[in-house]
Design a protein around this ligand. Structure first.
Ligand code: AHR
Length: 518
């Protein structure tokens, strides 16, 4: 008996169910465990990252002389757009850039341009520590400084902390005051190094070197300011991270992990929607592997995870990391093609944030890489900016979710996605449930990964109202994107949903946020 005949029979037997529930090929059940204690997640999960790379800083957030910039050179339109995201923290100045960056070149009245050995360009040093901290305060975000554990020294790191956080003792605090900043910058978040495990990183360290180097750096930095929160470059890999924790664990508050899944560093050939859906289940595996290492070493609950560089798509910078090969600087402009950033990027981003929220008893920070230009949610050009699809996802998470996560179990049909190692079954629906402290207000984030099929998602909530207002990000196609000439093609819309027997119909390739008052 074919699908259609079955459909007719069910319609006759159960006239109350509308056609779209019968016709839904895919279904999910979200069991919301309202009787269990909700967990307050850290809003630092909605953090951002910016690096001295291509047009992220110069020509991105910082454009002196632009009619769109303020007297300090900060793009005012970018500041407004990031305030709307309620960005809680921004990590800076790298990334690979930082592993040969010397912070003193970027402070003081005289800024001397230097050759950037990471990215093979000249850095004017006109945007340095004071500009970064001032810019963060302007957008309402905490500054998070990643230090140079490549060519730098523990002492140089600790002097950076002196410059930022000591009120008046010593020459570095005096230097900050002489530069016009009487009050300390009060930078709370400091990372020791960036990806020092990688052969591509300047001044990379061995496993045996890394733990001791981190410990000695931490001691100096904490002896300047014992209140700072310390991070160190880590991996979801026992061989690197267990020795790090054994030698420096007592000094750390976070371990930093990174992730890019659509590998485009050398060849800029963005993966299609279905491949990106296959990628969208991978971040949580990386988080779970890291949690297991923290549990194995006894640091679970004491040290938390900072996923402080993440994006579906890695940055395109051909030649980088392939020493003795010229880097193709002009090719970096391919990162700016807005057609790359479709609903695939939006759905991936929603699934990534859902993973961090699900694991928020261990994940306490995440920084999208980067915030402006390259693969970021904002594309900035001389005359204006474009809010890419991922901007709207970050906006919805930062503005609509409640402050607590409720435990829930999701049972979802799967769909087959082709991949290099053969087909993979991917859950059609992904979901997270947040609530107010009194659990009377729930906000659900529901994702339908399927490119062209609706999905029915039944909720375990009794007495759903007849209609619910939802914010929906869907676009007219899985490949829809925003661009300079079509900035509003993909934007959140409000739609009325009519639950049927506790089930909601999720449109294809969509993110829905629904608030339910109990
Ligand atoms: O592609 C950008 C680089 O990716 C960052 O500079 C580094 O931290 C990561 O490897």
């Amino acid at each position: 008996m074919n699908h259609k005949i079955i459909l007719v029979c069910i319609c006759l037997l159960f006239p109350g169910l509308p056609a779209q529930v019968y016709s839904q090929k895919y279904k999910a059940f979200l069991d919301i465990r309202l009787d269990e204690a909700p967990l307050q997640y850290d809003r630092m999960i909605f953090g951002q990252f910016i690096e001295h790379f291509h047009r992220q800083v110069y020509g991105g957030i910082f454009e002196p002389g632009s009619p769109l910039s303020d007297e300090r050179g900060f793009r005012k339109d970018v500041i407004l757009a990031l305030r709307e995201l309620k960005v809680p923290v921004v990590r800076w100045p790298g990334g690979c850039f930082v592993s040969s960056y010397h912070w003193m070149n970027g402070v003081g009245p005289v800024r001397v341009p230097v050759y950037d050995k990471a990215w093979h360009v000249e850095d004017p040093n006109t945007f340095g520590t004071d500009e970064f901290v001032s810019w963060c305060r302007e957008i309402g975000a905490e500054p998070y400084i990643c230090t140079n554990a490549g060519t730098g020294t523990p002492e140089e790191m600790s002097e950076w902390v002196e410059y930022c956080n000591l009120r008046e003792m010593g020459k570095f605090a005096a230097m900050r005051r002489a530069n016009g900043f009487e009050e300390p910058h009060a930078v709370k978040y400091w990372s020791i190094g960036n990806e020092n495990y990688g052969a591509w990183e300047l001044g990379a360290k061995t496993v045996d070197e890394w733990g001791d180097f981190v410990r000695e750096s931490a001691k100096l930095m904490l002896n300047v300011d014992p209140t700072i929160h310390l991070f160190a470059a880590a991996l979801p890999d026992t061989a690197w991270t267990i020795p790090l924790l054994q030698r420096a664990g007592p000094y750390l508050d976070y371990i930093s992990i990174h992730g890019y899944w659509d590998r485009l560093q050398q060849v800029n050939d963005p993966s299609d929607y279905l491949s990106c859906m296959r990628f969208s289940v991978m971040p949580e595996r990386r988080i779970l592997n890291t949690i297991r290492i923290l549990e194995e070493t006894g640091y679970a609950g004491k040290i938390r995870i900072a996923f402080d560089e993440w994006n579906l798509r890695s940055w395109h910078h051909p030649g980088h990391g392939l020493h003795r090969e010229q880097q193709d600087i002009a090719a970096r402009d391919l990162n700016d093609l807005n057609s790359t950033y479709t609903m695939a990027d939006a759905i991936f981003t929603a699934c990534f944030l859902n993973a961090c929220l699900r694991q928020s008893d261990h994940v306490a920070m995440a920084c999208m890489a980067p915030v402006v230009n390259t693969r970021g949610p904002l594309y900035v050009y001389p005359e204006g900016l474009v809010k890419r699809t991922t901007y709207h996802v970050m906006y919805m998470y930062a503005n609509y979710l409640q402050p607590f996560v409720i435990p829930c179990d999701l049972h979802s049909d799967v769909f087959r996605v082709p991949g290099p190692g053969g087909d993979t079954n991917i859950p059609v629906v992904d979901a997270i449930v947040t609530c107010s402290e009194d659990r009377k207000t729930l906000t659900l984030s529901l994702v339908n990964r399927h490119p062209d099929q609706e999905a029915g998602c039944r909720l375990s909530l009794p007495d759903l109202p007849d209609s619910l207002q939802a914010y929906v990000l869907q676009g007219d196609s899985p490949d829809a994107f925003n661009d300079v000439d079509a900035p509003g093609r993909v934007v959140p819309e409000t739609r009325t949903l009519r639950p049927r027997n506790g089930s909601l119909s999720l449109p294809p390739h969509s993110l829905l946020m629904i608030t339910i008052k109990r």
